[in-house]
Design a protein around this ligand. Structure first.
Ligand code: GLA
Length: 401
């Protein structure tokens, strides 16, 4: 590393990049080089999940074009378990909801060209046992870590969501408990095939310690199918710029679009801001019920490319003006993504000032805008987000037009 003598800003930048490098010493399983994309059962059906629903989710990911756009994981969340472990102590699937068993379900998902994920918890209880009255006993992995990892690996699980659920009440401590399962996955010999997603809702600031432990970590409490929840999560992610990297992602939770009552603009912003944040894109609704307009948002090639950019740098919020938030994200190849998010309740006419390079691509339409001018003016509706990319990284600012 070279420092320009006497330049305190270079020294600070160098120290910052050293710190970042040590912080992003990602879990060495070779997985999740870009944020995971797929479908998860929880937001869609919670504890009413069964194997028909999961198979249908795999079918519909393929039929809708979502799979071709990159949505590859089908994750079966909580409530897949039989209420008790078997006589040998092993977890089993619920006999009537999953009569064919998890191994067969995972094979079915794989036969569609997709990958299969499953849910577990480090303590004695899963979250549904605590919050959804799931009548299980001892379904968390405490004391069964290796046995459960072996079971999941033998079933062909390719993504583990390992969810805290008050495990502190069982005497566990976050980091060592999550490391224990990481190491159990390694001991199965299949760690290179199992993306490891941990969830403790951001309570212990996992972005400061979890990069060597897991591929992704939740940063917030559970997302709800309401705009205020989505908006609050976006706001809370502004402080986390610089804390994720390939193989080690901040996870602001699964998508809620298709659930609740989101306007078309809110739907766009939810996906657009998750893409800016380099967040996992996990669809959490029944895909067959999504209107074509929403499928088009989810499969927008330019937007997905921002989310999946190999540099893996999540966006930073660089300006707030009159209810408009300006976020920028450095992309590979010296490019930049720019988002203007209208957090307010009225349409705003915004001027985006770009310095020298004003050649922008509108991510929603694919159109080139503003060649040869240094300013672009755009109407942004309430809760909508204008998103652009450009071929260089540079200063950007916004003003009300
Ligand atoms: C927690 C998690 C959710 C979901 C449920 C399942 O609330 O945060 O994403 O996995 O548990 O019970």
């Amino acid at each position: 590393m070279f420092l320009v003598p006497g330049s305190s800003s270079s020294v600070i930048a160098a120290l910052a990049s050293l710190l970042l490098a040590s912080n992003t010493n990602a879990l060495d399983n070779g997985l999740a080089r870009t944020p995971p994309m797929g479908w998860n059962s929880w937001n869609a059906v919670r504890c009413t999940v069964n194997e028909t629903i999961v198979r249908a989710a795999a079918d519909h990911l393929v039929e809708s074009g979502l799979a071709a756009a990159g949505y590859e994981y089908v994750v079966l969340d909580d409530c897949w378990q039989a209420y008790e472990r078997g006589a040998d102590g092993a977890l089993r699937s619920h006999p009537t909801k999953f009569p064919s068993g998890i191994k067969a379900l995972a094979s079915y998902v794989r036969s569609k060209g997709l990958k299969f994920g499953l849910y577990g918890s480090p303590g004695t209880r899963t979250c549904a046992m605590i919050y959804d009255k799931y009548p299980g006993v001892g379904l968390g992995s405490k004391g069964h870590e290796q046995q459960d990892a072996d079971t999941w690996a033998a079933w062909g699980v390719q993504y583990l969501k390992y969810d805290w659920c008050l495990a502190d009440k069982d005497g566990l401590v976050h980091r060592p408990a999550f490391e224990k399962m990481r190491d159990a996955l390694v001991a199965t010999g299949k760690a290179g095939e199992i993306t490891y997603s941990i969830s403790e809702y951001g309570h212990t600031k996992p972005w400061t310690w979890a990069a060597p432990v897991a591929n992704l970590w939740r940063t917030t409490a559970d997302i709800q199918p309401r705009w205020d929840s989505v908006a609050r999560i976006i706001e809370s992610q502004a402080a986390l710029a610089g804390t994720s990297a390939p193989g080690a992602w901040n996870d602001p939770d699964m998508l809620q679009i298709g659930n609740g009552k989101f306007t078309p603009e809110e739907t766009r912003s939810h996906v657009a801001m998750w893409a800016m944040l380099a967040a996992p894109l996990m669809v959490g609704t029944l895909v067959e019920k999504l209107p074509q307009q929403t499928i088009e948002v989810l499969t927008n090639k330019r937007l997905v490319a921002i989310d999946q950019d190999v540099l893996g740098k999540q966006a930073a919020r660089v300006q707030q003006t009159a209810g408009l938030d300006l976020w920028t994200r450095e992309l590979s190849g010296g490019r930049q993504a720019i988002a203007v998010f209208n957090t307010g309740n009225s349409t705003q006419s915004v001027t985006i000032a770009l310095g020298q390079d004003a050649a922008l691509t509108d991510v929603w339409t694919g159109e080139a805008v503003a060649h040869g001018t240094a300013k672009v003016t755009k109407q942004v509706k309430p809760h909508d987000t204008a998103v652009f990319t450009r071929q260089s990284v540079g200063d950007v600012s916004i003003a009300i037009a």
